[in-house]
Design a protein around this ligand. Sequence first.
Ligand SMILES: [Cu+2]
Length: 339
Amino acid sequence: MFNPKLLLISAIAVALVGSMLAFSSLYASTSDNGEKIVNGHGIGYYQTTGDVIDPTGSDGSASTGIDPMEYLRDFNYGRVSTTENGTVVREFTLVADDRQIAEISPGVYYNIWTFNGTVPGPTLRATEGDLIRINFINNGTKPHTIHTHGIHRAEMDGVFEIINPGGRFVYEFYAEQFGVYPYHCHVMPLEEHISHGLYGAYIVDPKTPRPEADEMIMIMNGYDTDFDTENNFYTVNGVPYYYMHHPIEIEKDRLVRVYLVNMLEFDQINNFHLHGNLYNLYRSGTSLTPDELTDMVTMSQGERAILEFSYKYPGQYMFHAHKTEFAEKGWTGMFLVKE
Ligand SMILES: [Cu+2]
């Protein structure tokens, strides 16, 4: 007897097997030394077993080009000079590359695309009114650009002036509205250029500085290591589980200020939950008055905020994505509050 449901299921099964075969013949190959190489985005990676590494079996070490503990509090203020009329000029150099194979989690290798050799790229920092000059050099094999969020002229937007391999460009604009912004490559397919790592944070301080604090940058990101447009790892500052195995030491009763940027691709949201505490949330960092007192912020792609808090009780406290899948795939860390 004809069963349309059965026919439909069979058709789907045939299509699935067919697409898997097509995928494996298109994307898998064997290297000279017999290792299997899967070519998806870019130049490929060495296939390893398993997507999620058990965090209890890992020390959080990896080699994305950064030391996440150093990166946390490393703000690049550029080379500073002053014009005749007294304007402060901050000059930065950013070099894009797309050829680095990094061990993003123990035993998992991935082709990272980098600004100045790291994922995420350096955190650029200026004060409102400064003139920013970014010398951009494309040392990669594909076209890249730098698109900074914020206020600037159209020709400094990093979208239409595509910089080819070997090319250079100088971006120049004023740091106009204080806040925290992302910068990233804006070459199509955007998803690919961002998910591989071509992004960083750009902070503009108000002319009257915010109160003294222990300041840190946290950039939320992920890695799609099997190229199925879903992330296999989630992190802040590029290394899954890093701050869980290396708690961030902070002082009791001292103000902590986190500049938080969501550069996660593929997933529509990401979030930051703090244990044992609440934080003042300044959305986009563009106001000096907090929007909310909370333990939980959810942000879409490209969104950012400043979080301010201090702990009154010593001890160890988690921070993590409250999207539990993300937390369990690496986006989990610890604060160690000291007396
Ligand atoms: Cu790019």
